[in-house]
Design a protein around this ligand. Structure first.
Ligand SMILES: Cc1ncc(COP(=O)(O)O)c(C=O)c1O
Length: 299
């Protein structure tokens, strides 16, 4: 599934460092750390007509990632919020918006890995675009299992939401070649971890299961779905899940800010067959949309 291009995005303004610029001038230096080494952290944030969704949770995670990567110049929460609100106001964006928020370690005085070469402060990018949820959430998606493993703390901890996305991109390329919508990634032990851009849940015998967040991003939508399920008295278990359990699940779905809740109808050629017909995915999706308003920050 290729994302559709919205013509309105041709003339957007983008926040770079400390000001808004036209899209055609929205550039970073060849010396920027994001170009040199993917040395940046990011968040994907959705904007609904009630405001920016889970803003503080996203900014907490951005700051945690930047601190884990020892960034010496993390802009204040107030500065980042102002940059986001200003970008949305100037572009007159109110609903169906997706923000790609990036904080790079900044520009270097000369190319090289050493963060001590960064003497110009960090680079903040607020890229807001008109972009409704990217998947067809009525039809759902089909996925294949990738041979690329999702990072565990043994190599590059998936708790850091960094811009070094090559393993996820390689997995997505495998999905494209296989004619699938997305790729499922396993952890180092062969248990399911997440998809290349979303977390994964399965439903079996009325119980909701999701992998421990050991080798996957601790998704904000994932956390909200767990909270919502508990409120609805749905039994939730975080545990190791094998591929066989996914193949025989009653329901399976992905979660993320980009696509919200997306049903999975096929994995590696096996149809996900809802034996119970309890439609827990739709129940959770409806509940999620109702509660979203409570998590929006007005601007
Ligand atoms: C690899 C990966 N997994 C899951 C997610 C979903 O996380 P969230 O629900 O916080 O958007 C993302 C979002 O950026 C992601 O990149």
């Amino acid at each position: 599934m290729l994302q559709k291009y919205d013509d309105r995005n041709a003339s957007i303004k983008v926040w770079i460092k400390d000001k808004l610029v036209d899209r055609k001038n929205a550039m970073v230096s060849v010396f920027d750390s994001s170009v040199q080494g993917g040395d940046a952290v990011w968040e994907g944030i959705r904007v609904y007509r009630h405001g920016v969704f889970c803003l503080d949770r996203h900014l907490d995670r951005l700051e945690d990632s930047a601190r884990a990567m020892a960034f010496s110049d993390i802009p204040s929460r107030e500065f980042i919020k102002n940059a986001i609100f200003e970008t949305l106001r100037v572009n007159q964006m109110t609903d169906d918006i997706h923000i790609r928020l990036t904080l790079s370690r900044g520009e270097k005085i000369t190319s090289g890995m050493d963060p001590r070469l960064n003497s110009y402060g960090s680079t903040l990018i607020v890229l807001a675009e008109w972009k409704p949820p990217v998947y067809d959430n009525d039809k759902g998606i089909k996925i294949i299992t990738s041979s690329i493993r999702r990072n565990s703390p043994m190599n590059l901890d998936s708790k850091i939401h960094h811009n070094n996305l090559i393993n996820n991109i390689l997995a997505k390329i495998q999905a494209n070649h296989a004619g699938a919508d997305d790729a499922l990634m396993l952890d180092n032990y062969g248990f399911i971890s997440e998809m290349n851009g979303t977390n994964i849940f399965i439903v079996k015998d009325n119980v909701l299961h999701t992998p421990h967040p050991d080798a996957c991003l601790h998704g904000i939508t994932r956390a909200l779905i767990i909270e919502t399920a508990k409120d609805l008295n749905i039994d939730v278990r975080e545990r190791n899940i094998s591929l066989t359990e996914l193949y025989s699940a009653d329901e399976a779905f992905g979660t993320g800010s980009m696509g919200e809740l997306t049903p999975i109808y096929e994995v590696d050629g096996r149809a996900i067959y809802d034996r119970r017909k309890n439609h827990i995915t739709s129940i959770l999706s409806d509940a999620f949309h109702k509660l979203a308003i409570n998590y929006c920050t007005k601007f």
